[in-house]
Design a binder for this molecule. Structure first.
Ligand code: SF4
Ligand code: SF4
Length: 655
């Protein structure tokens, strides 16, 4: 018979947060299946796939390579393990890069309609940024009408997707020395769609069979995402919805309101969420909610649509990837409005156990069982009103006896665009460079990416980040990693108390947290942009800087694309979940070692957050030494204290 202790112990291996643990228990009690149940049902998962050694690229297969050398060493076509692993990785990166870049294209198309006066509910929110980017790209902005400038910018950026331009508009942000290196390697991205389509072509049977050649093109494909599709998504979202500025909000399931209509916006694209937030404040809809006995309409975020809303409008955040089913188990959610990416098909099944409406909005992302309300930017405002009305009309179906909102929310700060960071520093990056040079800040690390049910939710994010800031390393967060750190109370100016003395002093002087929320997954483009700007200011390449990346709990193809463009840009990155490449020692050796010689950065895999922190600290100190900055010698870097620390249980933490 399982004791209370056993149960608590088992739950703590699923998530470190109290809100998640309580909702998992409740789901179990009510017979509702969640992601953790389905993972268990899939185990043991296929070892060939985990090693990257299975291929189903054609119908002569599927084929598998025996990792022990006793069975087949070639697929039916003759492809060996190196080719198969590299092809699989190339296609994974293409899946991620295409997702970000198609998101960027959707934003760009609406931006073009705004410029042509054809969209309802949208405008240019940051005209100064529009003109600044137009000038940066060599378009004439002075003395011209805003919409004319926007039309020119839209045309310029549309050409990034095709082959006519043969380069990316934002490539000028990359330090010249790195551009030269890319050119030498033949990995300069030429066009977003071109690189993605070429990767699919190369990985067809009988095209590219050289694992090195395949992986070099994978780098180019990923770079077309980071400096192309994702950067377009970020910059145009800023122009249309406002460039984020520091803003305080709240996070965890406690942001749901017992007495209000609750609407969760889930997915990635800010196009619809922005007009929904406005519609939820419409007095007529608020009055309708009151007529049903609710005290208002409460819009909350999930995953990266949530990050987009939090960054620009301070909209509260219900949770990250693994909270999407659990938010409905509260019994307090009237509608989950989804766009695309990272939305589990299972949300429709969980919703059926409650009164929750799942409303899909993108014609390219339909969910059987959901209500589809097709998003059309020409009728953005009207559709947003229809969606909010549908949520309000679900409120009378709520069974208040089943409602359980488990915890109180935790405060978190977001809004650290590159512009906001520079503004906090007084207008230039120089104070940050000075602090790094003096050693009061050792360096900076981008902790990004997802949750993965194979790991205790958020533990790796939180422990890695906490250990880094304790050692005076500034942490930049995006995506689900940002939400994890927010829930742990590590993202308020007061959280500077958790940092080492140098980082603490800088954060207190500037009034910022030691963990800066830079936005959604596409906003990792802000991270590489900032790295490029720092490198340019210091007159070095990005790989010389004391920087690193980490994706401790990644699950998504997009995270692989991000990690790859971050490494291709010169920033060594540590993964917490093993990628499916270990079937090829050659591919592992190239990614974990050989890449360093060509792009000045590489991948590492380390699931233990303390060991990952140690690895990152050593890397940062080595970069400092190479720059001639004061450094800590390798044998003096210890982490005994952190290694013995017990896991944070942050669900009800308050700052
Ligand atoms: S491409 Fe080659 S290895 Fe892949 S399934 Fe076809 S025959 Fe098998
Ligand atoms: S961090 Fe990962 S799980 Fe979270 S929204 Fe981004 S891709 Fe999805």
């Amino acid at each position: 018979m399982s004791t209370t202790y056993d149960r608590a112990h088992e739950l703590s291996h699923l998530s470190i947060h109290l809100d998640a643990q309580q909702m998992i228990e409740r789901a179990r009690a009510e017979g509702i299946e969640t992601v953790w149940d389905r993972l268990r049902a899939q185990e043991p998962q296929c070892g060939y796939c985990q090693l990257g050694l299975s291929c189903r690229n054609c119908s002569m297969g599927p084929c598998r390579i025996d990792p022990f050398g006793e069975g087949p060493q070639k697929g039916v076509c003759g492809a060996d393990g190196d080719t198969i692993v590299a092809r699989n990785l190339g296609r994974t990166i293409t899946g991620g890069a295409s997702s970000h870049s198609d998101h960027g294209r959707d934003i760009l198309e609406v931006f073009a309609r705004v410029a042509n006066g054809e969209a309802s509910g949208y405008q240019i929110a940051d005209e100064a940024k529009l003109r600044r980017i137009a000038d940066e790209l060599g378009l004439v902005s002075e003395g011209r009408d805003t919409n004319e400038v926007a039309r020119d910018l839209a045309k310029e950026l549309m050409e990034n997707y095709g082959i006519a331009k043969n380069s990316l508009s934002f490539i000028g942000r990359v330090p010249q020395v790195r551009r030269d290196r890319w050119k030498e390697l033949g990995i300069t991205p030429r066009g977003i769609d071109r690189e993605n389509v070429e990767m699919m072509h190369r990985t067809h049977m009988g095209v590219d069979n050289d694992y090195v050649n395949i992986l070099l093109h994978a780098l180019r494909t990923a770079l077309s995402d980071g400096w192309g599709g994702s950067m377009i998504a970020t910059e145009l979202s800023d122009i249309m919805f406002g460039t984020p500025q520091p803003v305080t909000s709240e996070v965890n399931l406690g942001v749901l309101k017992l007495d209000q209509v609750n609407i969760a916006m889930h997915g990635h694209n800010p196009l619809l969420s922005d007009v929904i937030v406005a519609a939820a404040q419409d007095p007529a809809l608020v009055e309708l909610a009151r007529s049903y006995g609710a005290n208002g309409i409460n819009v909350v975020g999930l995953c990266c649509t949530g990050n987009e809303m939090l960054m620009r409008k301070g909209v509260p955040m219900a949770g990250n990837h693994l909270m999407q089913e659990l938010v409905m188990v509260t019994g307090a959610l009237e509608a989950m409005v989804v766009d695309y990416q990272c939305i589990m098909p299972s949300v429709v099944d969980v919703a059926k156990c409650y009164h929750t409406q799942v409303i899909s909005t993108s014609d390219k992302a339909k969910f059987p069982g959901a209500t589809h309300m097709s998003f059309d930017p020409q009728r953005g405002e009207e559709i947003a009103h229809d969606i909010v009305r549908a949520a309000v009309e679900a409120f009378p179906n709520r069974n208040q006896d089943r409602v359980r909102i488990p915890v109180s929310p935790v405060r978190m700060m977001g809004g650290f665009s590159v512009e906001a960071i520079l503004a906090a520093l007084g207008g230039t990056a120089q104070p940050l460079i000075d602090a790094i040079a003096a050693g009061s800040i050792r360096g900076a690390v981008a902790v990004v990416g997802c949750n993965n049910p194979k790991l205790p939710q958020d533990r790796e994010h939180i422990e890695l980040t906490r250990t880094l800031i304790e050692h005076d390393i500034l942490v930049l967060v995006t995506g689900c990693a940002a939400i994890a750190n927010g829930k742990a109370g590590q993202m308020m100016p007061e959280s500077a108390a958790l940092a080492g003395p140098g980082l603490r002093a800088l954060c207190e002087a500037l009034g910022v947290p030691p963990v800066l929320h830079m936005g959604s997954c596409v906003d990792n483009s802000r991270v590489v942009q900032l790295a490029g700007a720092l490198a340019n200011a210091m007159g070095v390449d990005i790989d010389s800087l004391p920087l690193a990346g980490a994706a401790p709990e990644w699950y998504s193809e997009k995270a692989v694309a991000i990690g790859t463009y971050v490494v291709g840009s010169g920033i060594t990155t540590v993964l917490g979940v093993q990628p499916p490449i270990f079937g090829s020692p050659h591919v592992v050796s190239l990614l974990a070692d050989g890449l360093d010689a060509v792009v000045g950065a590489k991948f590492a895999v380390e699931p233990d957050p303390y060991k990952a922190a140690l690895l990152i600290r050593r890397h940062i100190e080595a970069k400092r030494a190479a720059l001639g900055l004061p450094f800590i010698a390798d044998d003096q870097i210890h982490d005994d204290e952190a290694a013995s620390r017990v896991t944070t249980t942050a669900g009800s933490a308050r700052v």
